[in-house]
Design a protein around this ligand. Sequence first.
Ligand code: VG1
Ligand code: CO
Length: 546
Amino acid sequence: MNELQLRIVRCPPFADQRMGTAGLRKKVRVFQQPHYLETFIQAVLDTLQLPPGAMLVLGGDGRYFNREALQVLMRLTAAAGVRHLVVGQHGLLSTPAASNLIRMRKAHGGFLLTASHNPGGPDGDFGIKFNMPNGGQAPESVTEAILRASQSLQGYRIAELPAIDLSRCGVQQHGPLVIEVVDPVADYQQLMERLFDFDRMAGWVRAGNRIVFDAFHGITGPYAQRILGGMLGASPADLLHTDPLPDFGGLHPDPNPVEGRHLVELCAGPDAPALAAASDGDGDRNMILGPACPVSPGDSVAIMLDGASLVPGYRQGLPGVARSMPTSRALDRVAAGLGIPCFETPTGWRFFCNLLEAGRIGLCGEESFGTGSYHAREKDGLWAVLFWINLLAARGDTVPGIVTAHWRRYGRHYYQRHDYEIPDAASAARLMEALRSRVVALGGTALGGGRVELADDFHYHDPVDGSESPRQGVRILMDDGARIVYRLSGTGTSGATLRTYLEQYQRDPAGLFCNPGEVLAPLGRLAASVAAIETHTGLRQPTMIV
Ligand code: VG1
Ligand code: CO
């Protein structure tokens, strides 16, 4: 068998390859600079020290630069001694499907090419995540080591390979390197079949319950066609934007009520389907709506836990659950009722992985339209849609029926996120520092008509590996069930985004059906004044409310 021809390329290091909340995200043009992509991949490979002959999973969400980056990845990983690459056909794999493949194939890890819900195209964003052998994103200790490696690299090693054809499934041999091109949907579909009652769900669709799903020209189209269309019988006309496109067809694949306003409008009208849903660019987020009833992500995960015993993959009970700190505390109430622990972690899926791996939790979620379970080590958009379909079919109820019953039983957590886009990152940093310096003194004081019960900068102590993650967001908890959380986004590619998260608990049955915007407006004003947002940034209003 021929050896691979290796070439060493010398170049100065880059200083800015720190991974954020979920991987390294930069403008496509930054990744297109000579040596930029190669340096980062080399830094990952140097840090990991994979055993000779290792196996890796590669794939992405199909966005602009995916194809070119994959060819580079194959050549660098081959040069590092990897001998088996499992690659999604056409270079495509959804984030949860990639996580599953890494686990199923017992690979040594995987590179996921995606900037998730960030815009795509030549002027948009690109990104890379590295996932570990457990299928979850590299933890902070590893991403920091990768950063250090990238900052001292003097070059990289690349193998000479022909342009690899990824258009057909099957095994190719290039000298000692095996490249296995796989159907991106098949293993994922089998995984879903093990978790859900597809007969019952298909019966529910046959009974006239219509599902509308929007893939925003991201990765989930092929998955939705095969699973929602093929297995459940959803009408092809109701599966929208299902071909993955490099620029997402000009859409912004971010499943929230702003980008998905057409679904909100559809559900508000007379032709509302029984369930409408959407996912993001890389397939790990979900938005769920029913007739005149958008479901907030915090409610969604709480309702899933409440109904988990009706879904085959969860019938055996769950050891515990988790939510990211800014996510609403609706989940905590259901967990308390079941007598199971509810962990509170920093933002970003990687913090759930230790808990999932240790069997401490079986279900988890984030306010940012992300929900997942023990079945993978990433959040999973289509899985959440299937979970809801199974729940609807098993309960024989509607989305609004399930949601209002939930509020009546547990009370309602009114919830909104106000984002402020701040062009000058330095002033955003100053705002957070000023807030940090005074937050502790707020404890016990009167604020906005209530009393502050707890005020701090969230510090996470990982109960599994003992690692510490300080400074994960400023939170102010009031004695009347209100809460404000502040943090800076870790997924943007220019300027800074301040996220303020607002929550107000309402137990009174007479107050369950108010407009969230109206309920939370005073808290939004309080949040802006406590952080002096206008003084620091000049912004008088949030840039986006979800
Ligand atoms: C955002 C969300 C966070 C999510 C992350 C990745 O991070 O707030 O909850 O885990 O995106 O989601 P940030 O740092 O911008 O707030 V995605 O779908 O990348 O994969
Ligand atoms: Co995503």
